[in-house]
Write a protein that binds this ligand. Structure first.
Ligand SMILES: C[S@@+](CC[C@H](N)C(=O)[O-])C[C@H]1O[C@@H](n2cnc3c(N)ncnc32)[C@H](O)[C@@H]1O
Length: 400
């Protein structure tokens, strides 16, 4: 909790620390110790300030001399005394700086999000991505119904049906359930609700031929196999052979019998024989910023160069594999990120260069709730709605 919290709130903690300093602390280890203390003072109500301060001063004294120990002690006491009256940037006149500090995100990212989605959506995304993430499981419907599974999960885990996926259950404690025989015997997988929605939007049918172009470690491949009732063929391709080997572990556990793996670069994937796919999923490599809730370090580690590089890989993969779909077939593009460059812009570029594809929103009636989340361009973007999911962007194209 303290490690994740300190990483998550780093920008805000640093800002608060600097309010009480005349010059920056050069030693990064001393700064980190201070941030750990400030996190507990500002965000952990379960620990009284005096205990957080004592523990942090103790921590400082293990590595540093008395001078540093006294500095840590004095600064944390000052922050604790003044914590209700900290002087934040003005929300009206300096909105993006305020949001960057108050919600703790790099300012470049806040500026980008405001530019792409507006202030209100950006605020929602910031709040949602700072929440503690609940684990979600995907029930293997070939083995058990969701309602039956709900009965088998201990009430300590507070199981609760997901709102949009018809096979998901939120739980409080994934570690308890992951050690159970239910997991070993393939009754469920761990998968966020928004990630489950990807394969639901692909809507594969029993007997079809499906390509999962960036498929390792196989979470969605296996969901697709479950939806196809293990009838038909799925080719799971990935450039990373080590990750690809993980696919086989899960197909065995879940009893998916229709999956073949191939190690290839989807940017130049071709098939010698004249195979055409009914459905293709491009769950592309991306900056992952929609999973900040689970991986708060991502917000400090990514930059626009990464995003632009990924964007050209994504368009390269989409352009190439879309050639392999049948006329009338479906290509779904998905990424767990919230950057226009990796989301809407990739789709626009794809549609501009591939005039034989349209956006397709004809999901079956059973997915009516998902349909309601599509925006006016027909794109699905989970985080704009504060639904406690990871941030996923999904587009469904049909070859005409
Ligand atoms: C978001 S992950 C896929 C997750 C997977 N669909 C699942 O649900 O388990 C993206 C994957 O794309 C793979 N990848 C990256 N570049 C690729 C390329 N040029 N061709 C094929 N796979 C690629 C990565 O190795 C990674 O496994």
């Amino acid at each position: 909790e303290i490690v994740y919290g300190t990483i998550r709130w780093k920008e805000k903690l640093r800002y608060c620390l600097n309010l009480f300093l005349s010059h920056e602390i050069k030693n990064k280890k001393v700064e980190l110790i201070l941030l750990i203390g400030i996190y507990q003072i500002l965000h952990l109500n379960s620990i009284p300030d005096y205990a957080a301060i004592n523990e942090t001063v103790e921590l400082a004294s293990i590595k540093f001399d008395k001078k540093i120990k006294n500095l840590v002690n004095a600064l944390l006491r000052q922050i604790s005394r003044n914590k209700e009256n900290l002087d934040f940037p003005d929300q009206k006149t300096d909105t993006s700086r305020f949001m960057s500090v108050n919600y703790s995100y790099p300012k470049w990212l806040i500026d980008k999000w405001i530019d792409s989605y507006g202030t209100k959506v950006t605020k929602n995304m910031c709040i949602s991505l700072n929440e503690h993430s609940r684990a979600t499981i995907r029930v293997n419907q070939n083995l058990i119904e969701r309602d039956k599974m709900l009965e088998l999960i201990s009430s300590d885990c507070k199981p609760e049906k997901t709102k949009y996926s018809n096979v998901g259950i939120h739980i409080d404690n994934q570690y308890k359930i992951i050690n159970s025989n239910l997991y070993k015997d393939g009754y469920f997988s761990i998968q966020d609700e928004s990630s489950q929605i990807v394969s639901l939007i692909l809507d594969p049918k029993a007997g079809q031929t499906v390509l999962d172009a960036c498929g390792a470690p196989g979470t969605k491949t296996n969901h697709i196999a479950e939806l196809m009732k293990n009838k038909g063929t799925i080719i799971c391709c990935d450039i990373n052979n080590k990750r690809l080997r993980l696919v086989n572990n899960d197909t065995k556990r879940l009893g998916s019998t229709i999956v073949q793996t191939i190690n290839a670069d989807a940017k130049d994937l071709t098939f010698n024989y004249k195979i055409k796919f009914d459905k293709i999923l491009v769950d592309a490599p991306c900056s992952g910023l929609g999973t900040i809730k689970k991986n708060p370090d991502l917000k400090w580690n990514k930059n626009m160069d990464d995003i632009n590089n990924l964007s050209s890989i994504q368009i390269g993969i989409l352009n190439n594999v879309s050639r392999l779909v049948k006329t009338g077939g479906i290509v779904v593009y998905s990424v767990c990120t919230l950057m226009k460059e990796e989301n809407e812009q990739v789709c626009e570029e794809f549609l501009n260069t591939n005039k034989n594809f349209n956006i397709d929103n004809n999901l079956p009636m059973k997915y009516e709730k998902i349909n309601r989340l599509l925006d006016r361009n027909g794109y699905f973007s989970s985080l704009k709605y504060l639904d406690h999911m990871d941030g996923f962007f999904i587009a469904r194209f049909r070859k005409i």
